[in-house]
Design a protein around this ligand. Sequence first.
Ligand SMILES: *Cc1c(COP(=O)(O)O)cnc(C)c1O
Length: 356
Amino acid sequence: MAVYNFSAGPAMLPKKVMEKAQAEFCNYQNSECGVMELSHRGKLYAPIIARAEANVRELMNISDDYAVLFVQGGASMQFCMLAMNLLNGNTADYAETGVWSNKAAKEAKLFGNVNICCSSKETKYDHIPAFDTWNLSDNAAYLHITSNNTVAGTQYRTFPKSNAPLIADMSSDIMSRVINVNDFGMIYAGAQKNLGPSGFALVIIRKDLMERVAATVPTMLKYTTYAENESMFNTPPTYAVYMLALVTDYFKEVGGIAAMEKVNDAKAKLLYDYLDSTSFYTTPVQKDSRSRMNVVFRTPSEELDAKFVADAKACGLTDLKGHRLVGGCRASIYNAMPIEGVQALIEFMKKFEKEA
Ligand SMILES: *Cc1c(COP(=O)(O)O)cnc(C)c1O
């Protein structure tokens, strides 16, 4: 039986990538050592982390004005690290669009003032507030957004403009669609949704912003430490970065981000078109804010939601349970999910509705 894993993260990785990693697991390039066993300063490992960075730069078309960093601690570490480095007692604007944006704002408050410039909390984060309603500060250190809200299932179609550098948590939609990196001061993303294993974050930061980093920030928490040492001030998460190199090799092979965006659009359209065609399933998200990565929906009752998740699992469609904070169901359809997985899900949904 084919199994399709709809987990929100850690999420499925491309099958070809997993097979390549398996083939090289014990013996990388005839060294009789696995990548996990290689010195990070050695001849075999150096090209791996260099390739990971080069792939990210190529795929996202990143100029030399930006540093590309691999930082341990996941996206959640970036919530505080960002503020420690770039806020410094000043005020930053934070858009409140869901669970992760709140966590980011909470950490920032430890290092300065946070202005919640917009919020969709009152309607349970069912949309991205229209930009012309945002209340931006005059001299914000930066404006922080969560480009895709993994739990609520919303996503920015376009990005707000402001005088302050725009900083985005792109954990759940990085490399899923073409963006212009030059529109951002910084982008960060936990790797475990679209890029590889959990435990570290990809950070893309405009170099001039790093001039703000105060001497009092601990060495391991300074962006400059990572930038000045090619992310190898200490031992990086070597195997995880290797996996990111393989995943991004694969993205290049299949035609880059534009090609993946096409497939992602097609997958999301299939699923939303189906949801719109039935009244058995409902999605709370407003149409123009729908996420193409995390599709949230419900059946008519909580009991049926639970049955749906269990029955789907028995049919090889796993991890469809909604986030514990919101309940319901959620299908995460990141880059690695083939369109066949979405088709199989829809077939199952039709059958489930008929039998319910
Ligand atoms: C998953 C996720 C995080 C948390 O990532 P960790 O690596 O677990 O810290 C943060 N932000 C968003 C948008 C996410 O989807």
